[in-house]
Design a protein around this ligand. Structure first.
Ligand SMILES: [Zn+2]
Length: 272
């Protein structure tokens, strides 16, 4: 987004100042899209697509890697007592994982392929395992594949993968790279659903004819429902805390960034 400013959009914090005193002291997470409240999208429950929106740490609004941040009260959700901060800090990406279920219905026997083993893919896998018994994850890094398996999810490397072309009803692409897209296109079956979670960098040549011939439904998927994510955390259906690689104090941000750039790293958190 060519953003310049303070980054960071996944956070949990305490309300220090508010025009509504009942919010003071509350532990909250916050939706990151700040919409205008009066356009067509805002009036039709699609504020995440408001053309005038700013986005915390991403678009024209300073983000969470700071001592303080601001958000409208309407963006806030109180974190349930049962959920400690090392879990609630994952609400935003977990909500993005939940968005898939807002967009398509997944049935118990549906063959679902999730491509990717990064942070978002890990959360998507943990959400979808409650909805289909037929989930396969295709990963790249042995330690990240192992992490899926620890949670009882069938994850394989490309070398081990036995999937045939056009054999999955739902394919979710969450690698962030174009090879993932090509593979996803190959694996989805006629009349199937291709869900894109990657915001790709650069452009890519492909012939959309196969989408037409095979009548594939292509779904772009971004931010999702916070209440659903908080519910999964509260009920313990998703426990993301083993995705945390290390926690640094805010003033050690340089070390935190270095740690985050190492290949084995998952989530690196800043605490203030
Ligand atoms: Zn609007």
């Amino acid at each position: 987004m060519n953003f310049q400013g303070i980054i960071g959009h996944e956070f949990v914090g305490i309300v220090e100042k508010s025009p509504a005193p009942e919010w003071l002291g509350k532990i909250v997470v916050g939706e990151i899209n700040v919409s205008c409240g009066s356009c067509f999208y805002c009036n039709n429950s699609m504020g995440n697509h408001c053309p005038q929106r700013t986005v915390l740490g991403i678009q024209e609004k300073d983000g969470a890697m700071a001592e303080y941040l601001t958000l409208p009260i309407g963006n806030l959700h109180v974190v349930p007592e049962e959920v400690d901060w090392t879990k609630s800090v994952f609400t935003e990406p977990l909500a993005a994982a939940c968005e898939i279920l807002e967009q398509i219905q997944i049935f118990t026997n549906d063959e679902v392929l999730l491509i990717g083993d990064g942070k978002l893919a890990q959360l998507i896998g943990r959400v979808l395992q409650h909805h289909t018994t037929n989930l396969t994850v295709l990963g790249k890094h042995p330690s990240k594949i192992e992490l899926f398996r620890k949670h009882g999810i069938n994850a394989v490397s490309l070398g081990e993968f036995k999937g045939e072309s056009a054999s999955f009803k739902v394919v979710i692409e969450a690698t962030g790279n174009w090879q993932g897209w090509d593979l996803a296109l190959d694996m989805v079956r006629p009349k199937g659903f291709l869900v894109l979670k990657s915001t790709y960098v650069g452009s890519h040549n492909f012939n959309p004819a196969s989408l037409v011939i095979n009548e594939i439904t292509l779904i772009g998927s971004r931010c999702g429902p916070f209440p659903e994510a908080l519910k999964l955390l509260k009920e313990g259906k998703v426990d993301p805390s083993d995705l945390i690689t290390e926690i640094f104090p805010l003033n050690e941000w340089k070390n935190a960034f270095n740690r985050a750039q190492q290949a084995d790293s998952m989530k690196v958190l800043l605490e203030h």
